[in-house]
Ligand binder design. Structure first.
Ligand SMILES: [Zn+2]
Length: 692
């Protein structure tokens, strides 16, 4: 029975001590009526602002826009947390219905001529309005956003843009659901006798995955990254590695209803058309114009520099792996499904270090504490576990307070993989920080996909998983420490080539010896990571970085090339990908970290379209930024931490990113620290020889 509005818990205030949505009473059939009501309310608010007979001023136009649409934000934030972290057939159906409606709603807002003319008028008079710096920034952001959405175009172009946006929203939703469907439909069910090479933690995870999927007494490998990657790393069964790997890289490319290739072609063509309508030669030009990088040329310069060096490094890595195969008497050429396996063996041989030796030291619970303590030492934050009814029993909440005991945020951690969760790891929020309608503090979530062992077993992370936890927690801090007045520029609402700075920078503290010694405690004995093991672990930091760099950078280059097409009608996605990786001389032993048919960063919502380079752009910043701490000799140097908080973690989008970085560091970054971090410095001499 459909609920009436009176009973709809999504439209009620979030009462309760923690001001959380009332998850215990929210049902999927509450969403559609709540969306309908909240969309109508927001439309009415926008009409009042746009048709206000009084001349435009900051308060009656910009501040009024900032206050509008609160009910919609509430409903949407709850919905999209569930759609990502605990979805169902019902939620997926609503998502398919609602995404074009939300696109249409945004069109009505950003293509509203009456509203735009008020904003444009204010923007023209901005120097006479006595705005403070933050207000001036918010006005400029609104103006830019409206212009980039097509508010200044003629009606016919606007109508076409509106159609394109709605279609992109539908196709993007379908794309993500198809990937999840392909991931769910693949399980590799194994017998005890198929597990050669797998360490105990991997067996336990495979056993738990089998249990969860009704294959009691057997073992299941899924396409969740932590499951399949672990299998590829350890399984001595080359045939099974190949089978799992092929399924993994074929997500979205299996023919039938979940095949994404047609959707990719359509989205790329629509984006190119949108860019042309807005006066740009192609989508990459359009997209980068409002990023820190500004132009595709600037991105290419960075990627090409790194790519050339990484090719040199990866050739050495490949030869070492091939030599290992030969030593074992293997009579085959290294294939993509062999890379992780022989790398793991080489790591053990060369550094006397293997994942099974490291992993017992990285208990999830300790790593959460380590991330908290880092935030305490840098920013004075404290974290206290609180009882909260959330959307899934695996999710848990902490109350976050500052050094004066004031409430800063509510933090929710949801760490385990499950069939109802999309793959990957991300930060999101149920409420963002602002001071426009009172001192509103944020509710921030980290969603991860770590393997959950059978009950009673400690949850052990790989070093990479621990890094992911720190990464997402860095994003969470960017949301939680936010200290701005206007919601538009709060927290992580910064250009995407800057947004990975707070997250990637945070990863550095995982490798700080004081943190490791205190929190990397053996799950069985409680002993800290021995100094010798720690040294060996840190010595491997640049090991296999050629592979990691190639796997990532290929994706960034293909993304940029794809979105630089001036016209993409009749695009053959498979052929494009093949030709482009040939153009960049991709080593045949490595496959792109995300192939186009399942590249969710680009096509599931599209927030990283022509923007996958952002991680490396931000890495230039994070490597250089951490060097600021190293130069003081103290990884927690208070003065540096204060500048970091003032200009990055708490500053939202208050300043242009380049200005924010300069305010923190005293200068713009150089690429040197990144090259050192990835072990690409040694390649300098050889790659630069003969260069003009
Ligand atoms: Zn990130």
């Amino acid at each position: 029975m459909p609920s009436t509005e009176m009973q709809n818990p999504l439209l009620a205030e979030w009462a309760g001590a923690l001001e959380l949505p009332p998850f215990e009473v929210i049902k999927p059939d509450h969403f559609r009526p709540a969306f309908d009501r909240a969309l109508a309310d927001h439309r009415a608010e926008i009409d009042i602002i746009a048709e206000n007979p009084a001349p435009a001023d900051f308060e009656n136009t910009i501040a009024a826009l900032e206050r509008s649409g609160r009910a919609l934000e509430h409903v949407a934030s709850v919905f999209f947390v569930l759609a990502g972290a605990d979805t169902s057939d019902e939620i997926e159906a609503i998502e398919r219905d609602i995404s074009p409606l939300l696109a249409r709603h945004n069109n009505a807002l950003y293509l509203n001529r009456a509203l735009y003319s008020r904003i444009d008028d204010l923007f023209d008079r901005r120097d006479t309005l006595s705005l403070d710096a933050e207000q001036a920034r918010v006005l400029e952001r609104y103006h830019t956003r409206f212009v980039r959405s097509g508010a200044a175009l003629e009606r016919k172009a606007q109508d076409r843009l509106a159609t394109i946006n709605e279609r992109l929203a539908s196709v993007g939703t379908q794309f993500g659901q198809n990937v999840l469907s392909d991931e769910k439909s693949f399980v590799m069910v194994l017998e005890e006798s198929d597990l050669a090479g797998l360490p105990n933690f991997a067996r336990a995870a495979a056993q738990a995955a089998a249990e969860e999927r009704g294959h009691s007494g057997k073992y299941v490998i899924t396409l969740a990254r932590s499951s399949v990657e672990t299998f590829l790393q350890f399984s001595a069964r080359r045939d099974l590695r190949e089978k799992a790997f092929q399924a993994w890289i074929a997500r979205g490319e299996n023919g039938g209803a979940t095949d994404n290739r047609g959707l990719v072609a359509e989205m790329v063509a629509l984006r190119a058309e949108r860019a042309r309508l807005l006066g740009f030669a192609n989508f990459a030009d359009y997209r980068l114009d409002d990023q820190m990088a500004k132009t595709p040329q600037a991105v290419r310069e960075l990627l090409d520099e790194v790519w050339g060096r990484a090719l040199t490094k990866v050739a050495v890595e490949r030869d070492a792996l091939q030599a290992m195969i030969a030593e074992e008497g293997g009579n085959f050429a290294l294939a993509p499904h062999d890379w992780r396996y022989y790398t793991e063996k080489l790591r053990k041989a060369r550094y006397d270090l293997d994942e099974t030796e490291i992993k017992p030291h990285f208990k999830l619970e300790n790593m959460i504490e380590a991330a908290f303590e880092t935030a305490h030492r840098l920013f004075g934050l404290s974290f206290d576990r609180v009882d909260a009814v959330l959307y899934h029993p695996d999710a848990r909440a902490w109350n976050v307070t500052d050094a004066q005991g004031r409430h800063v945020a509510l933090f929710i951690g949801d760490y385990f993989a499950r069939p109802s969760k999309h793959s990957g790891a991300w930060m999101t929020s149920l409420r963002d920080q602002e001071k426009l309608t009172g001192n509103v503090r944020p509710i921030v979530l980290n969603i991860c996909n770590f393997s959950k062992p059978a009950s009673g077993e400690p949850v052990l992370l790989s070093f990479d998983d621990a890094r992911t936890l720190f990464h997402e927690f860095g994003h969470a801090l960017h949301g939680m420490l936010s200290d701005v007045t206007y919601p538009l520029i709060a927290g992580t609402a910064v250009p995407s080539d800057f947004v990975e700075l707070p997250s990637q920078l945070y990863e550095h503290w995982l490798e700080v010896p004081e943190i490791l010694q205190k929190y990397a405690l053996h799950a069985g004995t409680g002993e800290p990571l021995p100094k010798a093991l720690l040294d060996r672990l840190l010595a491997t930091r640049t090991f296999n970085q050629g592979f990691t760099t190639i796997e990532y950078t290929a994706c960034a280059l293909v993304d940029l090339d794809l979105h630089s097409l001036p016209d993409a009608a009749a695009l053959d996605v498979a052929a494009f990908e093949r030709q482009d990786i040939e153009r960049i001389a991709m080593p045949p032993e490595i496959v792109m970290r995300h192939r186009l048919p399942h590249f969710q960063h680009l096509f599931s919502g599209g927030s990283y379209a022509a923007g996958y380079y952002s991680y490396m752009w931000s890495e230039v910043l994070d490597a250089d930024a951490f060097a600021a701490f190293e130069e003081t000799g103290n990884a927690f140097d208070p003065a540096t931490a204060k500048r970091l908080r003032d200009y990055v973690y708490s500053a939202g989008n208050r300043r242009d990113p380049a200005d924010a970085y300069k305010a923190f560091r005293g200068r713009l970054p150089t690429i040197d620290a990144l090259l050192k971090k990835r072990g690409l410095v040694d390649a300098t001499a050889s790659s630069r020889q003969g260069a003009p």
